[in-house]
Design a protein around this ligand. Structure first.
Ligand code: LLP
Length: 429
């Protein structure tokens, strides 16, 4: 692959650390983040907003990768986060995230989760459905508190992406449908609720999106909605949250715009449309998950067995698989693998990289050109920083991999490898 950072030995480097040394030190599979990449992405988003002179907030979507070290990194950079469960909220608070910077999402937050969020005085709750509005108002009243809410709208926009991760269309399970008038009904309920303060509106059209058109349409639609609500209810939104979903590069044939470019378009569209409608500019919030962390990490695996049936198959197995990266099996996601010790070695075979899980669907990379591979080689799969660890499982009682943060030639363990004993922690003996 192009653009691989190599050291003098010709080995792949991650955050200035030799990948072969990482594999020796921490074992494999290991997910190694170059944290400078995360920081660069954050800086690029910020710069885009600052250049446009617009009030903004970057709200990292925890679901892409959540760990205490990640929350610490975000806090240092003034980035907030969204959480979608009590578990993510607990981790964010433990990681030192300022409660004010936390936003709570979800289409079916439980009463216990909402109570917890209200108790912890988090920044806002993104209300998603009528049941939640009533429940939240009652919980606030019981705790004698007022909370800020953001109203999630399903804007009726189909993003071009995998259907499992497309969320803006009218038949999505998320948010209040715009075109049928449900969003308007939700607003009237919220304005009537004694304990809820409406901060603004939200939409999220999907994930791993490459075309900017969907974001433009969403921005126009949302600003027009705010204009209508201003005229009809004298409602002034302080916040317009346009979600995340900015596509990243997984392979050589992916050519995403670069996350900041999406934001530039979003900002310009909102500014122009607000001006046209004579509307006060709200703060613009975005919720990037994948684009902050996806390209920052590379997973290192050790190769083991191979199976070749001439003309039929050529498998190379690694010591991880669908337990640390379910994306190929679940979405047909495509990745590329290469030898960590020789990223640009001449290829001599077409092979399929499989994992060690007991399923034929446990394929990480199908039919890729590779050089000769021997047992105990280290294989690297880049762009595994988003929705890898966070969707990892103990399937087959394989432990979750270790996670390390690397920068400036130093590495730091942030999540330990799960041991056999760890996996028995929940057993009642
Ligand atoms: N905001 C909301 C309301 C979301 O639902 C999501 C993602 C995001 C922000 C962040 O989207 P991102 O910037 O990461 O694309 N497991 C799937 C992705 C599921 C995305 C769910 N929602 C995958 O591995 O592709």
């Amino acid at each position: 692959p192009d653009n691989v950072q190599k050291n003098q030995a010709g080995h792949l480097q991650i955050g200035g650390v030799d990948s072969i040394e990482l594999a020796q030190k921490y074992g494999t599979p290991v997910i190694a983040y170059d944290t400078s990449v995360i920081k660069q992405e954050i800086a690029a988003f910020k710069k885009t907003f600052l250049n446009a002179g617009i009030k903004h907030r970057i709200v990292y979507a925890s679901k892409a990768f959540s760990s205490l070290a990640m929350y610490r990194l975000l806090s240092e950079d003034d980035v907030g986060c969204d959480v979608v469960s009590g578990g993510e909220l607990y981790a964010a608070l433990k990681g030192g995230m300022d409660p004010e910077m936390i936003e709570f999402h979800g289409n079916n937050k439980t009463p216990a989760e909402l109570e917890y969020a209200v108790q912890e005085n988090i920044g806002c709750i993104v209300v998603d459905n009528f049941y939640e509005i009533e429940l939240l108002d009652e919980i606030c009243s019981a705790q004698n508190k007022k909370v800020s809410v953001v109203l999630r709208v399903a804007p009726g926009i189909e993003a071009e992406t995998h259907k499992y991760i497309s969320t803006g269309q009218s038949n999505s399970k998320f948010g209040f449908d715009l075109d049928s008038g449900q969003a308007k009904k939700a607003l009237t309920m919220l304005l009537d609720a004694d304990n809820l303060e409406v901060l603004g509106v939200h939409c999220h059209i999907g994930s791993q999106i490459f075309a900017v058109a969907g974001f433009e349409m969403a921005a126009v639609k949302m600003v027009q909605l705010l204009k209508q609500w201003k005229d009809e209810f004298n409602f002034d939104a302080q916040v317009l949250n346009l979600g995340g979903g900015f596509g990243i590069k997984y392979n050589e044939d992916d050519h995403p715009l670069g996350p900041a470019q999406f934001v530039k378009t979003i900002v310009q569209t909102v500014q122009a449309e607000a001006q046209k409608n004579d509307l006060m500019l709200p703060e613009i919030w975005i919720e990037p998950g994948r684009s902050l962390v996806g390209e920052a990490a590379t997973t290192l695996y050790t190769t083991g067995s191979t199976k070749k049936v001439p003309g039929i198959c050529n498998f190379i197995a690694v010591d991880g698989g669908m337990g640390d990266n379910i994306r190929p099996a679940l979405y047909g996601a495509k990745y590329t693998a290469f030898l960590a010790a020789a990223p640009n070695a001449r290829t001599t075979q077409k092979a399929t990289i499989v994992g060690k899980y007991c399923e034929s669907g446990d394929v990480l990379v199908a039919d890729q050109d590779l050089p000769e591979v021997h047992p105990e080689d280290i294989l690297a799969i880049p762009s595994t920083g988003a929705y890898g660890y966070s969707m990892a499982s103990n399937y087959n009682r394989n432990g979750r991999p270790a996670v390390v943060f690397c920068e400036n030639g130093h590495s730091q363990l942030v999540l330990k490898r799960e041991t056999y004993a760890d996996m028995l922690h929940l057993e009642v003996e």
